[in-house]
Design a protein around this ligand. Sequence first.
Ligand code: NAP
Length: 316
Amino acid sequence: MRDVIIIGSGPAGFTAAIYAARANLKPLVISGLERGGQVTLTDDLENFPGFPDGLGGYDMYQLFEKQAQRFGTELLYDVVTHVDLTGDVKIVKTADQTFEAKSVIIATGSTPKRLGVPGEEQYIGKGVSYCATCDGFFFTDKHVVVVGGGNSALDEGLYLTRHARQVTIIHRRDRLRADAILQKRAFDNEKVDFVWDTVIEEIVGNGDMVTGLKLKNVKTGQAGDYPIDGIFIFIGHYPNVDLFKDQVDLDEMNYIKTDRRTRTNLVGVFACGDVQDSIYRQAITAAGSGCQAGMEAEKYVAELEGKAYPGKLDKK
Ligand code: NAP
């Protein structure tokens, strides 16, 4: 029986692991398919305190992993296929192993949303992408479209200007929701232009690659073809809750419901990072809630073992 299993290996999961490991809980982190989570898709993290010159997302993940392992975290590069978190003994299964734990920390993050238009699924990896850092290089000197008006769209669009000849940001409204500093950088960048009040109705291609879009202006109703070489979609995320949704309470947007101490409705089950945060979704806020979850798991395990711990833990 383990003290704590952490599901997910982004900033939240690894910060939980660092705290749990330093409390001698010998946590097991089960990484999931995308090791390091979404932070690894970010080319340059400029707003994580302590790194004034910025840091690559993948480099940051490697530092998190090293720091967690330094204190005795065990790491399993595998995917959780089933959980039973309702009893006192928490069961976590992968395809070929079953684990038991006193507590579980859910840190499974979120996944990019799809546009849901014809051609999107067909051309994923053939001109449709959700990751500029991963795929930008393939569009050197090409014309690409970025969809969305948030921080991700502008961040990733600006990154794409390193490779692409032209980056056109297509947004469904006439105002961006991205931070002012990113808006200014995008407006000032001569490789970036904007198409406002416009939605993508179809992604078209020649069978091998994307060749264009069918667009519609939502104000005028005017429709038209728009030739492009690639499309990068950054329109938000879904929380990764499929494994847990029948056991753990979710909010109206399907994020895991937690109290301000990262506790879910199930005793001994905590959630941290993007899977429970529909508002901030930053590496630093994920790490912060991971810290809370690690500390709460420590208190919970201490209580189970009848050890003294600071503060009162009200069981729900
Ligand atoms: P977001 O802030 O939710 O923005 C999503 C954008 O996509 C919005 O502009 C939205 O349009 C548009 N959109 C949504 N559904 C659409 C659809 N079906 N068709 C067309 N457009 C659609 O998501 P995000 O940009 O991924 O950011 C998520 C969080 O991560 C935010 O909290 C953000 O601050 C954070 N983040 C921060 C940084 C940074 O600090 N450097 C970088 C990346 C992300 P509307 O505006 O019309 O709703």
